[in-house]
Ligand binder design. Structure first.
Ligand SMILES: Nc1nc2c(c(=O)[nH]1)N[C@H]1C(S)=C(S)[C@@H](COP(=O)(O)OP(=O)(O)OC[C@H]3O[C@@H](n4cnc5c(=O)[nH]c(N)nc54)[C@H](O)[C@@H]3O)O[C@H]1N2
Ligand SMILES: Nc1nc2c(c(=O)[nH]1)N[C@H]1C(S)=C(S)[C@@H](COP(=O)(O)OP(=O)(O)OC[C@H]3O[C@@H](n4cnc5c(=O)[nH]c(N)nc54)[C@H](O)[C@@H]3O)O[C@H]1N2
Ligand code: SF4
Ligand SMILES: [Mo]
Length: 665
């Protein structure tokens, strides 16, 4: 007998859907959206509708396995959990004794946005081992630095409130792929007369429906935003009264924007002057005006300053204080009462901090101490970190012991020494929040674990015990962990116990500068925070030139598509990926749609079929993020061409600074 059970999606997606799951004989048979969470509105993406294929299909890791052949040969032998955990414990102990705790590196990122499956018992284990710490910078580091520096973690405009806007600016975000529930909201706003501006090097689906589409060169957003600031200040349209009351640094921002005339911004960004002027006029004249700040434009050398300049626009233009006006970035910071330290029970030690964007480099360079045990969970670094060749070379190091806890046999798991089967959110209890939708979901397991899969929290608690690092009374079970996380949050506790979800203290749809304010220490906006100014190599708002050269003239961007979430669920598609190239770049190279092409730079090479399309701007080629080795003809992906350089703020990834050459064959 099938029954329908409630669940919630904790995947790395802004929307945090509530789900209805049909379950029969302990197995998930169908997944759909529910209406419990008003933002989900009863529909979900096709990726998660296909989740049963991940749960029960080929490629699921069903039992612990140890490597038998050479590294990467893919020969593994099944072992028991007991033997696997003993082996893991022994390797961790030996590494600590021989080289010190810092020779151990936990490596985790976006597999789960859950509060239970990340930074609970895993943090307890690694902190107590004195392991190296991981700077988790592959995503949102520049935006996080910029948003926190200017506003603290101020709540954004609630996405449903976009229907009230007269102007919506989609800046470097593609909701058709990456946050589908915003699409009907934008459509409704347009029906009510709102104008839409899209700023994206690609003609994304909403660009085709926009009143204005600006297609900058990747990394050209900073000059555009500064030219807008200049225009607002120099034409007397800056809201000086608002700035005087609520902001520091307005004069300094004005001075830094001054050199950025529309002409100069046009030259650098590749967007025509007339389009910049039209955008400036629309923005200055429309209210409510809202900016949806995406993540696509942070992933380059200028990313942090660009995000800061964009988020400063509503302050300078006086767009706050009305429903549907202001900006939305990430809303993940709204749950500040949740106490992760109470769940891990061990403060973070002051051990060395390694930037995840340099995984390959860190594995290869014999630093002191060398990384001797790498423990990967909630992450697929071969598919998702920059400089893929180096990551793979590092993982092949004979004296490295790699443990991978995974749901499926990823390209990273194939390079492991020990693989541990992990449960999915349908098979364990979870608690997770949206970073677009303002909601926190609590869910319980709805299905039996496939094979011998176990939840992260159980595996790490077991390892603590085997290493003698556990202490009596510490939270280990999901109920205990949830109680620890929520001990300062009685309201969330009560809400989730009753409904399975909770809204933040700012409410379900706060209005910026009415009931949501900056969370900086003095509750003001800091337009040029000294810390950010010192961090950025050319100072905050300092532009760094395009890295293209004669040898590598084309910008390769690798944003998300609707087929995967980063690399998650990628194995369910066998299709070969396609690179999109503009006719103006294809013609001189003799490339037509369907040709196999070679993309290369000094980091690597990728072979894929081409699609000639004016949906990318000239000078830009597009190959999706999240590809698996099997999705290309060369077994390498976009990440093989991504530099492991850092953005100006937050030492974030610069995927879209990849510069390449493309040729037929
Ligand atoms: N289906 C699906 N959903 C996802 C994800 C996924 O992989 N698949 N990933 C999730 C995660 S981890 C994240 S962080 C979010 C990200 O979601 P988004 O904010 O949408 O970020 P991206 O997909 O990186 O890029 C968005 C857009 O930015 C454009 N872009 C690239 N470079 C530039 C630039 O320099 N300037 C400007 N203006 N635009 C640029 C790209 O062409 C792309 O259309 O989505 C989440 N949701
Ligand atoms: N070229 C290029 N690369 C990019 C980007 C880009 O724009 N361009 N964007 C980047 C972005 S935005 C992000 S966020 C990163 C994400 O990079 P990753 O963090 O590597 O995210 P995923 O690829 O989704 O891999 C997560 C893995 O965790 C596993 N997993 C999920 N839940 C659990 C669990 O409970 N336990 C365990 N043990 N495992 C679990 C999943 O099966 C999956 O294989 O990728 C980045 N990579
Ligand atoms: S991935 Fe996003 S859209 Fe899809 S079910 Fe999860 S939260 Fe909803
Ligand atoms: Mo991300």
């Amino acid at each position: 007998m099938a029954q329908t059970l409630p669940s919630a999606c904790p995947l790395d997606c802004p929307d945090a859907c509530s789900l209805d799951v049909q379950v029969a004989d302990g197995r998930v048979v169908k997944v759909d959206g529910s209406r419990r969470n008003p933002y989900t509105q009863g529909f979900i993406c096709s990726k998660v509708r296909h989740f049963p294929d991940l749960l029960y299909g080929e490629g699921r890791v069903l039992h612990p396995a140890v490597r038998r052949g050479g590294k990467g040969e893919g020969r593994f032998e099944r072992i028991s959990w007991d033997a696997a955990l003993d082996l893991a414990a022994e390797k961790l102990r030996a590494a600590r004794e021989r080289f010190g705790g810092e020779s151990i590196l936990p490596f985790f990122y976006g597999g789960s946005n859950g509060f239970l499956t990340q930074e609970t018992t895993d943090a307890r284990l690694f902190h107590r081992l004195g392991a190296s710490r991981l700077a988790r910078t592959v995503c949102a580091a520049p935006t996080g630095r910029a948003a926190t520096g200017l506003y603290g973690k101020m709540a954004g405009v609630a996405l449903p409130d976009y229907v009230h806007a007269r102007l919506i600016v989609l800046w470097g975000g593609n909701p058709h792929a990456t946050g589908i529930h915003l699409v009907p909201v934008i459509q409704e706003a347009q029906r009510r007369g709102a104008k839409l501006v899209v700023i994206d090097p690609r003609r994304i689906p909403l660009a085709k429906k926009a009143d204005l589409h600006l297609a900058p060169r990747p990394g050209g957003d900073l000059p555009i935003a500064l030219a807008l600031h200049r225009h607002l200040f120099e034409t007397g349209q800056a809201d000086l009264a608002f700035l005087a009351e609520h902001a520091h640094g307005a004069e300094e921002l004005r001075a830094r924007a001054l050199p950025w005339t529309f002409e100069r911004a046009a030259e650098v960004s590749g967007v025509p002057v007339e389009e910049l002027e039209l955008f400036a006029r629309l923005y200055a004249e429309s209210s409510p005006a809202v900016v949806r700040s995406g993540w696509g434009y942070e992933r380059n050398r200028n990313g942090g300053s660009a995000v800061a300049a964009v988020l400063a626009l509503p302050a300078v233009a006086g767009k706050f204080g009305v429903r549907g006006g202001g900006y939305t970035m990430s809303n993940s910071g709204l749950w500040s009462t949740i106490d992760r330290a109470a769940a891990s029970c061990e403060p973070e030690p002051a051990t060395r901090l390694l930037n995840m964007n340099r995984l390959g480099e860190d594995l290869l360079q014999r630093q002191d101490p060398p990384i001797s045990v790498l423990f990967v969970y909630n992450c697929n670094p071969v598919a998702t970190m920059p400089n893929q060749a180096k990551v793979v070379q590092g993982l092949r190091r004979e004296d490295l012991f790699t443990i991978v806890s995974e749901q499926v046999w990823t390209d990273t798991a194939h390079l492991a020494d020990l693989v541990l089967p992990a449960t999915t959110f349908f098979e364990h209890d979870e608690m997770s929040r949206g970073y677009g939708a303002m909601i926190l979901n609590a869910s319980t397991a709805v299905a039996e674990p496939a094979g011998e899969a176990r939840p992260n929290y159980a595996v790490f608690a077991d390892l603590c015990r085997r290493l003698g690092l556990d202490r009596p009374g510490e939270p280990e079970t999901p109920d205990e962990l949830r109680a620890a996380l929520l001990h300062r949050s009685p309201r969330i506790q009560a809400d989730t116990a009753r409904d399975g979800f909770s809204f933040p203290d700012t409410g379900w749809t706060p209005v910026q500068f009415v009931d949501a304010f900056p969370l900086t220490p003095d509750r003001k906006i800091h337009l040029v925070p000294p810390a950010l100014d010192q961090e950025a190599p050319r100072g905050l708002y300092g532009y760094q030139d395009d890295p293209a050269t004669a040898a590598w003239p084309l910008a390769l961007i690798s944003p998300a598509t609707g087929k995967t979430i980063s690399s998650s669920l990628g194995h369910l598609s066998q299709e070969t990926a396609v690179v999109e190239i503009h006719p103006a770049d294809a013609a001189p190279r003799g490339i037509v749609s369907g040709d196999t092409v070679r993309l290369w730079n000094d980091l690597g090479e990728v072979h894929v079929p081409a699609r000639v399309s004016a949906d990318v701007r000239p000078g830009v080629v597009f190959l999706p993020k999240g590809l698996w080795n099997r999705h290309t003809l060369s077994g390498t992906t976009s990440n093989a061409l991504s530099p492991d350089t850092f953005s100006d703020l937050g030492a974030g990834a610069c995927f879209n600074d990849a510069r390449v050459q493309v040729a037929k064959g």
